[in-house]
Design a protein. Structure first.
Lengths: 136, 136
DNA sequence: AATTTCACTTGCGAATTGCAAGTGAACAAA
DNA sequence: TTTGTTCACTTGCAATTCGCAAGTGAAATT
């Protein structure tokens, strides 16, 4: 994996050095909100990521500790990707971009989740993160 | 400006279609948090964006209504970029990425702002946004 | 033994990025 | 009035990244 060199000390810039692209956060979304965990499941997402890009991003996310990779219990050729605490801590980021998108793009966010976030943003985010920590 | 076509109905994906790159949010950061407003000021930022990329991103941000462009009062060859409401509503996004970065990258965020956010995140974000609306 | 599933890898053209130099209008100084 | 400077870009080109399509290889299934 080619290494990422921070462009500045700014924490926003630092974050963008890792997740400043069109795909990384979608993979994390799939793990955080859609209960997906395998290469095949990520490939099936609506946005149609290319196979090489997916492999590249999963490699980056693993190399930098956003996710872990383990062999599946049922099949030795299948791998399960799970968010680490570092990955879980990006949940507020994907939620805020999603909330922005649900305002500026009519069709939208899972209605259930959207209304939960509107009722109690902090609590909803916390509950999502706690669920992920139970790696459920 | 080449047009952006949404990859899916997902609001996160929709947001990333616009701001899913390494530069757009840094420009918005400069306007939202660093009180910058001109091409020259954006160029001087620590991350050293290339002139053509900056011009391209400013064009995109203007074309899609994140910022407005007006001639400066003092010089006719100088332009002032200002965040619109659509741009201001990205403040929570840059704050969340910044908070993430300040945890996973030691040197960091403006200490003043960081501690304000730790004390009262919602209030601090709201105050930043209100200040921007007064286009101060 | 043959096929299918799963997770990738490879090759290659197209698009994007990034460096360096150039352009042109407005204003300032000589 | 010419000359230089500031400001905001544009242009050309090499290098990197993206994205499509096809291929590979190990493991499981038929």
């Amino acid at each position: 994996m080619k290494d990422i060199k921070p462009r500045s000390a700014c924490p926003l810039s630092y974050g963008l050095d890792f997740i400043g692209d069109k795909w990384s956060l979608l993979i994390i979304r799939d793990m955080a909100l859609n209960n997906k965990s395998t290469y095949g499941e990520f490939l099936n997402s609506e946005e149609q990521i290319a196979t090489n890009i997916l492999a590249d991003r999963l490699g980056m996310l693993e190399a930098y500790g956003f996710v872990t990779k383990q062999v599946a219990a049922d099949k030795k050729s299948k791998f399960l990707y799970r968010l680490t605490e570092k990955g879980i801590s990006l949940v507020p980021v994907i939620i805020e971009i999603g909330l922005w998108g649900s305002v500026y793009n009519p069709p939208g966010l899972n209605t259930q989740l959207l209304s939960a976030l509107q009722q109690d943003k902090e609590g909803t985010i916390r509950r999502i993160q706690e669920n992920l920590r139970r790696h459920e």
